[in-house]
Design a protein. Structure first.
Length: 254
């Protein structure tokens, strides 16, 4: 375990990033090293369902990591659960209110995979519950590789005018892909800025990235897993590192 990761007691000044997750041990292998590589050398607090939720005004950043699916009742109580869904209602109950409070406080938020979906749903958007059945693509089209063996599955295309493209310095790059839910209706305060154009339905491509519409909020969600790519010897690696470098810079400046 990284000895610099602490469960911080109440009353500590803002110098920490809060990481919400389902498996704290799993974070040690990818997310925490990626944050350190991105330049964060201060405290991290890991929060899982069942833990006491700390006061968010102590934190300079919020990272929401990947994991299982979000229950559709979070955006539409009448929508039935898709048979392929594997939901984590404990994380839903914990993370959705945290994202709303972080937004209210202006805390920088980075959502990765499930985290991007949580960001969108918490702020008023919806999800597509199952990518293969919605888009008519092969069942493994967006579910390949593992965190141990990341596979570069396809390229993401970013809006050249987006803040995310400015931060990453690229508008097209290869990514890994391990998900079957994805952003559907984009939250009113967010905008879609990244897509996989080859996966589409009725002219609407699969959304790969969202960002806040106003400069007053630093909030980004990416559907791929940059934490698994930061150490690759590939063109994907520098882009992945910039995701974390940008988040760290935003947290430091708060």
């Amino acid at each position: 375990m990284d000895v610099r990761v602490f469960m911080i007691s109440l009353g500590v000044s803002v110098s920490s990033i809060l990481v919400t997750c389902g498996d704290k041990d799993g974070l040690q292998h990818h997310y925490i090293p990626a944050l350190r590589l991105g330049g964060w050398d201060q405290d991290l607090e890991l929060l899982a369902p069942g833990d006491p939720v700390p006061a968010l005004d102590r934190f300079s950043g919020l990272l929401i990591v990947g994991g299982d699916d979000i229950h559709p009742r979070a955006w539409d109580p009448a929508e039935p659960l898709h048979p392929a869904a594997e939901v984590d209602e404990g994380r839903d109950a914990m993370e959705l209110p945290i994202v709303r409070e972080a937004w209210r406080l202006g805390i920088p938020v980075l959502g990765i995979c499930r985290g991007a979906q949580v960001l969108n749903v918490a702020l008023g958007g919806s999800l597509i519950q199952d990518v293969p059945s919605h888009f008519g693509c092969p069942s493994d089209a967006h579910r390949q590789g593992t965190w141990r063996v990341p596979l570069l599955v396809h390229r993401v295309t970013l809006d050249p005018a987006s803040r995310l493209a400015g931060l990453l310095g690229r508008t097209s790059f290869p990514v890994n892909s391990r998900h079957h839910q994805v952003v559907g209706r984009v939250a009113p305060v967010l905008r879609a800025v990244g897509w996989h154009p080859e996966t589409s339905r009725d002219g609407a491509p699969l959304i790969e990235a969202v960002e806040s519409m106003d400069d007053a909020h630093w909030a980004f969600g990416v559907q791929w897993h940059p934490e698994n790519l930061v150490k690759l010897e590939d063109e994907a690696a520098p882009v992945a590192r910039k995701v974390f470098e940008a988040f760290v810079a935003a947290a430091r400046s708060r």
